[in-house]
Design a protein around this ligand. Structure first.
Ligand code: GLN
Length: 195
């Protein structure tokens, strides 16, 4: 791999992703400006707040360059990053929040879909894209979105309680939980393997 993996560092939980890639011996680079996409081979959109991510992304003119980048380069979105990669939000209230997803993954999501009373939980999930996929992944859900539907262009690669929690569409990957918050680097490895 020639170029490093890019981390969208506009806002949110990108440092832990950096640690995961470092543990795998994979170099990372911060991406904040459109031109910086030329310096990376893949991009992680981290968790954080999809409202803020939308605002900052549009303010710096990153939306179209990111869509162009994603045509051929792997992109992984976690939690708010998945919301940004989704094709739409089903919760009608979301128009008030100003989240404008990128439409990279053929799935519909509901922000904070597990309800406020359960802001955060962990669950063991089986994930198809991993080596040793029979060994469950300890997934950390923090005010996680819920994947309400998955369209024909995307495939569900992880389920929790009978619902999709991770989807893949070719070299694009999104999950409702935070793989960077555990020492298990298999998801980051699977993402690097897409490059
Ligand atoms: N609830 C946040 C949002 O809607 C996502 C939370 C997270 O990324 N941990 O953007």
């Amino acid at each position: 791999m020639n170029k490093p993996v890019g981390l969208l560092t506009l806002q949110g939980d990108y440092e832990k992703h950096q640690k995961a890639f470092t543990a795998l011996g994979v170099e990372t680079r911060s991406v904040r400006r459109p031109a910086e996409l030329n310096e990376v081979s893949a991009l992680v959109i981290p968790g954080g707040e999809s409202t803020t991510l939308t605002r900052l992304m549009d303010r710096i003119g990153l939306r179209q360059p990111l869509l162009d980048f994603a045509v051929t380069n792997p992109v992984m979105g976690t939690c708010a990053g998945l919301i940004m990669m989704s094709s739409g939000l089903v919760d009608e209230k979301n128009s008030d929040f100003g989240v404008e997803p990128l439409g990279l993954l053929d799935c519909q999501v509901r922000r904070n879909g597990y309800g406020r009373q359960i802001d955060s939980f962990t669950a063991e999930v089986g994930i198809d894209v991993l080596d040793n996929s029979d060994v469950a992944f300890d997934a950390v859900f923090i005010r996680a979105p819920r994947i309400i539907s998955v369209g024909p262009n995307a495939e569900t690669v992880a389920m929790h309680n009978g619902e999709p929690v991770a989807v893949r569409q070719g070299h694009l990957l999104g999950m409702t939980f935070h793989p960077e918050l555990t020492a298990d680097t298999r998801i980051h490895q699977a993402f690097v393997d897409l490059i």
